[in-house]
Design a protein around this ligand. Structure first.
Ligand code: FPP
Length: 247
């Protein structure tokens, strides 16, 4: 009950006409959350799914247009095989369980990253989940999987080079590069949230976050609640965005 009161109190402070259009989140601290409780790391990832639900529901409730979650980086393959296997299993479980709920909340699912390098069963589940939610018109939820900002830029440059070879020339400007990124068609993130207190970008959306507002909390990802997201938006709305100019 107390939580609900806090949530409502925070919600009332949000200006719905000035919402960030796109929120991106680096979900960090699952391992530490589990360690603190002397649980295996995967228990932290499992608890992290609860926090994913909280963030998704908060964005859908408010009417935020895009939410992008960093769920598995290219670098994460370096983790023990058992942890990677369990993370993939958790993702499949999430997709299976959550698709009806995404549809109920009118949420469209998408994915960014080198998806073709994911295990084939994961690719298949993703394809089905994406297909099943493609007509939804509410929140656009994007999972970054086997994602790396540098790999994304390499893929974009390769695509531009292929076009240049085909056509004998290539227009290169901010728009043509943005159009070759996995995020084409989406606005750049206005707000980038990172949990667990680390002050790093970890190769996430490097091009797209050029002018994003950063919000870092010490809260570990599994403890992240709707009220944390509301607080991030309140703080974001107090900031003055200048895009390098004077205001
Ligand atoms: C970082 O915590 C988190 C990840 C590498 C994976 C994020 C995955 C989830 C939240 C669960 C699955 C997600 C979906 C969308 C189904 P960490 O392990 O690096 O934590 P640590 O820094 O404390 O060790």
């Amino acid at each position: 009950m107390k939580i609900e009161v806090t949530e409502a109190h925070l919600l009332a402070q949000i200006d719905l006409d000035r919402l960030p259009q796109h929120i991106a989140i680096i979900m960090d601290g699952n391992g530490r959350w589990a360690n603190k409780r002397q649980l295996p790391r995967i228990a932290g990832h499992r608890a992290g799914i609860r926090a994913v639900r909280q963030a998704v529901e908060a964005c859908a409730r408010l009417g935020v247009a895009c939410l992008t979650l960093y769920a598995f980086s290219v670098e994460n393959w370096k983790r023990p095989r058992s942890e990677v296997k369990l993370l993939m299993a958790l993702l499949r479980e999430y997709l299976k369980k959550e698709v009806p709920e995404l549809n109920r909340q009118n949420i469209r699912l998408g994915v960014i990253g080198r998806v073709s390098e994911l295990p084939p069963p994961v690719q298949l589940d993703l394809k089905m989940a994406i297909k099943s939610t493609e007509a939804n018109t509410g929140l656009r939820l994007t999972l970054a999987l086997n994602y790396s900002g540098r790999a994304e830029l390499i893929d974009a440059v390769r695509a531009i080079a292929r076009g240049a070879k085909r056509n004998g020339f290539a227009e290169i400007n901010e728009q043509t590069i943005s159009d070759r990124l996995y995020t084409r068609g989406m606005p750049d993130p206005d707000l980038l949230i990172r949990t667990s207190g680390e002050m790093r970008l970890s190769n996430f959306l490097l091009w797209q976050i050029a002018y994003s507002e950063l919000w870092v909390t010490n809260t570990l990802w599994p403890d992240f609640k709707q009220s944390d997201l509301f607080q991030a938006i309140i703080d974001y709305q107090k900031r003055e965005r200048r895009y390098g100019g004077l205001t």
